[in-house]
Design a protein. Structure first.
Length: 260
């Protein structure tokens, strides 16, 4: 399998394992990722997964993008269907109710960066290189890059990166908000665990409500976003975790959340 899934300690570890091709995304790999998300969904429902960490095999790339050999000479309907599939798979990642983090070491170009953009967070090593270079091939991003990047870093910056096709180094990526944190070189899995660790001490309902409030609010007006926040905040008060959290605060003890 070119996409490996390992579930342990309430975390799902997804590794792209195609280092000879810099973990490039073939359509077969997209199907494997989709199957992996099926598995993760089941384990979230069972309470066995509270966070997801995406990494790439080898020390050169997280994911160097789409497999160009598959993209040439296709009929227009095949091109459209390919974009639909890529967007659908990455939207499933974006819609997961638990926090997700892409650990970017080495290259994350094209579809590889789009995969990372679909995650809740991104951590990059100091030597990471990122970009959406599709214009250099006479193309544009098709797996969500033109939509998620401007929502993350702003329209002007996103347009400049997309329309130039240039490479963004790790320091710039952190400065403009493309990645949440830089890390020294190290085991990508350990970097992901270190980043998600503090969040996973909190109850999953509050984490999911917070994520929904931000992501849904970013897609609408301020007034509508405030309504979404108000509704989700009210729902959060009804959870057992909220009652436990407030009781623990008043009793000056650590909260024991049960994701309920």
């Amino acid at each position: 399998m070119s996409v490996e899934l390992d579930i342990r300690d309430k975390l799902a570890f997804v590794r792209l394992n195609r280092p000879s091709a810099l973990n490039a995304l073939s359509f077969a790999i997209l199907e494997e990722i989709n199957s992996v998300i099926d598995n993760i969904d089941v384990n979230i429902a069972l309470g066995e997964v509270r966070g997801v960490i995406f990494t790439g095999a080898g020390d050169k790339a997280f994911c160097a993008g789409a497999d160009i050999t598959e993209l040439t000479g296709r009929q227009i309907l095949k091109e459209h269907e390919g974009a639909r599939i890529g967007q659908a798979v990455f939207s499933r990642i974006s819609d997961l109710p638990v926090p997700t983090v892409a650990v970017i070491h080495g290259y994350a170009f094209g579809g590889g960066l789009e995969l990372a953009l679909a995650c809740t967070f991104r951590v990059a090593s100091n030597k990471a290189k990122m970009g959406l270079p599709e214009v250099k091939l006479g193309l544009i991003p098709g797996y969500g890059g033109t939509q998620r990047l401007p929502r993350l870093i702003g329209e002007g910056r996103a347009l400049e990166i997309i329309m130039s096709g240039r490479t963004v180094d790790a320091a710039e990526a952190e400065r403009i908000g493309l990645v949440n944190r830089l890390a020294d070189e190290g085991d990508p899995v350990a970097l992901g665990v270190q980043f998600l660790g503090p969040m996973l001490k909190h109850g999953l309902p509050a984490l999911e409500f917070a994520k929904q409030a931000v992501t849904r609010g970013m897609q609408t007006t301020l007034n509508e976003g405030l309504r979404i926040e108000r509704d989700l905040s009210t729902l959060a008060y009804q959870t057992a975790d909220a009652k436990e959290g407030m009781s623990a605060f008043l009793e000056k003890r650590p909260a024991q959340f049960k994701d309920q």
